[in-house]
Design a protein around this ligand. Sequence first.
Ligand code: GDP
Length: 362
Amino acid sequence: MEHPENSEEYKGLVVNKGIEQPSSVNPYLKRKPKKRQLSVAEFVEGIVKGDITILSQAVTLVESVRPEHQAVAQEVIEKCLPYSGNSIRVGISGVPGAGKSTSIDVFGLHVLEKGGKLAVLAIDPSSERSKGSILGDKTRMERLSVHPNSFIRPSPSAGSLGGVARKTRETIILCEAAGFDKIFVETVGVGQSETAVHSMVDFFLLIQLAGTGDELQGIKRGIMEMADGIVINKADGSNIDKAKLAQFRNALHLFPAPDSGWTPQVLTYSGFYNLGVKEIWDMIYQYIDFVKENGYFEYRRNEQSKYWMYESINEQLRDSFYHNAKIESMLSEKEQQVLGGNLTSFVAAKTLLDTYFDELKK
Ligand code: GDP
């Protein structure tokens, strides 16, 4: 019996048979077809036409760690190379709170007044930890982010500083191919990321703060030496600080003259009140004219290309080594032996490298 409750012994109790249940799958739902990935030729065509959606998709591929994405990305970059190079690349650095976002917003609007297109990229190797919001976040550059001729992209998040920087450099190539003739690369002024940014820009601008009392102490000598221009922000209200200006100028005199032949300048401005911004850009354009004239512009870009060739080799060798299955299986054991004092670092390294080279021969 289907329902034993309907038996004679339970009088007055009737259990209905029930009705057929509808299918739990909605037959009217149309599945969205999976977006087809564009071909290399379609990417290149879209980028060269200046299609921002396609440019963004290509940058996402550049940033992807998946080998099949990387393969397409590398081909797209290679095909975009002939269309690239035609821009002014400016690195902008400063400690958090120095006013980078505020300044980039006004700098950006200033350079766009004359026409052209501006891409703002960022290098922040810590962004994976901080969930990628320190730099390049559109909300920080309110006016620029809604400007039709701007493209703002946060820092690639995955990987080592070298990897993050390489992706940003590749993104520069794609942006230039898409017609962006001004590129800003922003970084936090706290350490090694400056060197990476310096290795991909024509002008390195260091933002310092007016009125912070601790004067030059916080700035690493190496970073100051890299700067083609130092600009002191928040020179407004009671912050105007002539003494500080002189101090920076004096400090710069102590450094050896830069290879460019250019004397790094120190200027004050206020990002917030848009004071002195024109002067900064006049200085940058003056620098570009100067180094184009004396050949340093070309020289620096060539040196940078060389640097990135070696960086790419180093990165790929490192990757291949550490992702080798045999090495992966041996690494922690060797590390323990070194830590326990049972093996010297050199012997451990040699054993691992020998194993790796043997693996390659197989
Ligand atoms: P970032 O961390 O370097 O990107 O710095 P922000 O652009 O976010 O600026 C940090 C703080 O400094 C914000 O509260 C800004 O409003 C303020 N600020 C930025 N530029 C100026 C300026 O020129 N003058 C003054 N008084 N405040 C500024």
